[in-house]
Design a protein around this ligand. Sequence first.
Ligand SMILES: [Fe+2]
Ligand SMILES: [Fe+2]
Length: 291
Amino acid sequence: MGWYIHHVNLPSNDVPKTRAFLRDVLGFQTGDWCYPEKQGELHHDDNSIAFFGSGNRGIHAVRPIPTFAADNGFVHNPTVGGHFALTVPDLKPVMQRFDEAGVVYSDAGIYAMAGVQQIYVYDPSMNVIEINQLHDQSGGAPPPTEDEQHGIWMEPGDWYIHHVNIPSHDVRATVAFFRDLVGLTEGVWAYPDQVGDFDRESDALANFGTENRGIHIVKPDPAFAMKNGFKHNPTVGGHKAFTVKDIGAVIDRLNKAGIDYTDAGTYAMDGVHQVYVFDPSFNFIEVNQVA
Ligand SMILES: [Fe+2]
Ligand SMILES: [Fe+2]
């Protein structure tokens, strides 16, 4: 089954500030949102959403709306705590497997993005996950190709979503969720020659995708930053990772803006130079460059 990461949702207490960070420091370009004919209670305005990407794919930076779930009749509130969204060819078998397993999900229908049916569900560690299906291409993004495992979708400004990292206290349970219920195939990690100090056992680290792109499932390690000489601990609270063409230019802009970061070098993924930083709302962000 083909799939890709459609977007990442970053909660933001100050959307204009987050927009400025993504545009001026990371170097991304804002895009145009494509609405469906019938909209839910989205609360969208310039102070509640910033969009970077194309065809509704990319980054959705949103102001948390406490009443969003109640306003729309959902179990889950996708505006609180952030989430990421997977696109699959067909939601029906996924929902059927959730039903059989007794997993509660919110079927939002097509309510926020043109042509996109969205469902929300908690993974076993209570991370909100969105899974969606494109019913037509009015939103502008094509469906996943048959064998796609999160291929590269280059966005305006020359960047793409590389991976999402989700924290899990039972990595094998989370793997089983994505494998047996969502229907993905577990991937194989590609390590660099010089590996940092972290647990590589399958109960501490797993992934779905190709060439380390996709979903990373990681058991939080309190000592991870200290062991690797980092300022930031990428295993706690999860993170979203974006690939850019020139990591040096991003580092220059972080320095100019006086924003603290960790330059981790190439330590976990073959050929990938990773930098860690918090966005203005303290979402953990990885920016990397692939050699
Ligand atoms: Fe979403
Ligand atoms: Fe990462």
